[in-house]
Design a protein around this ligand. Structure first.
Ligand code: ZN
Length: 205
């Protein structure tokens, strides 16, 4: 039943389509917005539209960036023979903050989750495999560090990547970050010391 009228109902539905926003939060946000000054609402919608229009994926590592290539891929000071695979750009930022990693990244934008209907083709896996095969037929890197979360989805994705890399039959070492990352823990919420330890203690898969 339409308790509030079509305009507000449409706004509630729009909020509810966002991740992590349930019916109650969507209502709260919608009512907050209709009580905001119009200029503030304009600023919010401009920021959303501007970000959506101008931010895109780095053509090499797929992190979000303003340019064709992100600053990490553009840098002359990174070890291009190492790629760390992460689930999202926030995880990349978490590892960058430790200041202890100088290789490149590959951002998957998700993890395989049969429960949520997210399959290998829904994340940037094919792009990773293409990237690992150099134009000369040899491996473009020496090591792939898999730094997906230690959740069921993250582990499933890690095993799947390992299997795919093995089928390439290239000389690439595949490692997995150590168990310093708590089971089920999201990388973006982990402190820098633990992340650094997880990285240095990584093991070959
Ligand atoms: Zn990049």
């Amino acid at each position: 039943m339409d308790y509030y009228g079509s305009h507000i109902t449409r706004l509630i539905e729009a909020f509810q389509s966002l991740p992590g926003i349930g019916a109650k939060s969507a209502q709260r946000l919608a009512f907050h917005v209709i009580n905001m000054p119009k200029e503030q609402v304009q600023m919010l919608t401009d920021a959303i539209l501007d970000a959506r229009t101008n931010v895109h994926y780095c053509s090499s590592c797929y992190t979000i960036t303003d340019d064709e290539l992100c600053p990490i891929c553009k840098s002359k000071h990174r070890n291009t023979r190492q790629i760390m695979v992460v689930e999202n750009s926030r995880d990349l930022a978490a590892y960058e903050k430790t200041g202890r990693y100088d290789g490149l990244y590959h951002v998957l934008h998700g993890a395989i989750s049969p429960m949520l209907g997210i399959g290998p083709n829904d994340i940037k896996l094919r792009e990773l495999m293409t990237r690992l095969q150099g134009s000369d037929g040899n491996a473009s890197v020496d090591e792939v560090i898999i730094a997906t979360n230690s959740s069921l989805e993250g582990e499933t994705t890690a095993m799947y990547i390992l299997k795919l890399i093995k089928t390439l039959e290239l000389d690439i070492k595949v490692t997995r970050i150590a168990s310093g990352v708590p089971v089920g823990g999201d990388i973006e919420n982990i402190d820098e010391v633990t992340l650094e330890r997880a990285l240095t203690g990584r093991v070959e898969m």
